[in-house]
Design a protein around this ligand. Structure first.
Ligand code: AMP
Ligand code: GLY
Length: 423
């Protein structure tokens, strides 16, 4: 079968590496792909958000199955378009993708079905939002309703800062339409856990838990990024916590989506905070996390393609989903200046040697082929993952492999996994 993967980052490279192991796939395509996916798939030069063009291309090229990985095409309805053409696709349809695409939708869902989350209020009117802020204790969390490239959440230490955030979103249109409606939320504290899951709308199977490192610099300092590294499993996620999450969060979410008439099929990502009052949902994503996928998928021992097809067919109960008991660590190598301003087109050195390291994978995120060379083409350039029996070994091996790679301006965090190791 011919399979198309939509997207072009490290997550998509990790998905493709897993899919390439499946005997049922005869050819992989990736749109738009990157310098790493090109080794395993044929890159198709169409942006992930050109959803009509992609659906037509898939039909014309006899694609038998598609995997839509990024949030934008999912929220725009690419899965719906593919299905209209008779092409089964992994990922939620447009209605179900609202669980990520609209924070107001997600919050209302949780409130309606008693799923634990931060208390929050929705505002369409700036004056009302500002007077509400005047009565709230700080810190205050301000969130844009829609997709804002992961930058739509502001943790404000003072009321004045929160008021400024509200003005930026609602008056100055910092996030365009995504921020004209906002949520003002109570500030929660506790360890954060990411849990990706497979669900076909009935059955839900959580994957190994993980811990993202979102800030740019060591010690969780610096600006928020898309993620600078991940370890899995997350030591805070004990069996007792997992059981509680299944009963209080995962199953209720799947049932709630059904009750709302928009069953969720695909990878449902739970961003959780383990507060002293129990686990609470910080956010849902309607897709694999990036870079969580780069740490979690290398631990999957069974056939990803088979699992995905069970998800699409509504037969996940029959799927064989097994993860290794090992640990993994993914370290992101970024361009100097990321997440603000950075240069592109820098040649990347050391990839062949890094690629030869045992139990290590080099996932390309922001790279492209330039003749025979690989050059940088984005902020997060590579994700280097290692798997080992212990987290300490996985961390050491990931860093040893990452240090074989260099390019002008490259930087990485040096403390990925340290918080988990202390735990
Ligand atoms: P998001 O963009 O939704 O992933 O949020 C980014 C980060 O903001 C999360 O990973 C949390 O660390 C933090 N965050 C979001 N909502 C809250 C909240 N209600 N209380 C404390 N931290 C939060
Ligand atoms: N790493 C967080 C995300 O994918 O949203």
């Amino acid at each position: 079968m011919k399979v198309l993967i939509v997207g072009g980052g490290g997550r998509e490279h990790a998905i493709i590496k897993k899919l390439a192991e499946s005997p049922e796939i005869e050819k992989l395509y990736c749109a738009p792909g990157n310098g790493g996916t090109a080794a395993l798939a044929e890159n198709v030069n169409v942006a992930a958000t050109d959803i009509e063009i992609l659906a037509d291309w898939a039909e014309a090229n006899q694609i038998g199955y598609a995997v839509v990985a990024p949030d934008d095409p999912l929220c725009m309805g690419l899965v719906d378009l593919l299905e209209q053409k008779g092409i089964p696709a992994f990922g939620p349809d447009k209605a179900a993708a609202r669980i990520e695409g609209s924070k107001v939708f997600a919050k209302k869902l949780m409130e309606l079905y008693g799923i634990p989350t931060a208390k929050s209020r929705v505002f369409d009117d700036m004056a009302q939002a500002l007077s509400y802020i005047a009565e709230q204790p700080a810190p205050i969390v301000v969130k844009a309703d829609g997709l804002a490239l992961g930058k739509g959440v502001l943790i404000c230490q003072t009321r004045a800062e929160a008021a400024e955030a509200v003005r930026e979103m609602m008056e100055k249109d910092k996030f365009g339409a995504a921020g004209r409606r906002i949520l003002i939320e109570e500030f929660l504290t506790g360890p954060e856990v990411s849990v990706l899951s497979f669900t076909d709308g009935e059955t839900i199977v959580p994957m190994v838990s993980s811990m993202d490192h979102k800030r740019a610099l060591d010690g969780d300092r610096g600006l928020n990024t898309g993620g600078m590294g991940v370890i899995a499993p997350n030591p805070y996620y004990t069996e007792a916590v997992a059981k509680r999450c299944m009963e209080e969060i995962y199953l209720p979410t799947v049932r709630a989506m059904n009750a709302q008439g928009c069953p969720f099929k695909g990878c449902l990502y739970f961003g959780l905070m383990l507060t002293k009052d129990g686990p609470k949902v910080i956010e849902y994503n309607c897709r694999f996390g990036d870079p969580e996928a780069q740490a979690v998928l290398p631990l999957l021992e069974t056939d990803l393609f088979s699992i995905m097809r069970h998800v699409t067919a509504g037969t996940l109960k029959q799927a064989d989903v097994r993860f290794s008991n090992q640990a993994s660590c993914c370290v992101v190598i970024a361009s100097g200046g990321y997440p603000v301003k950075y240069e592109k087109g820098k040649p990347v050195y050391g990839l062949p040697e890094a690629g030869r390291q045992p139990d290590a994978w080099v996932f390309h995120a922001g790279t492209k082929k330039d003749g025979k060379r690989i050059v940088t083409s984005g902020g997060r350039v590579l994700g280097v993952t290692a798997v080992a029996d212990t987290l300490t070994e996985a961390v050491n091996r990931a860093y040893a492999t990452a240090h074989l790679i260099s390019f002008d301006g490259a930087y990485m965090r040096h403390d990925i996994g340290q918080k988990a190791l202390k735990e």
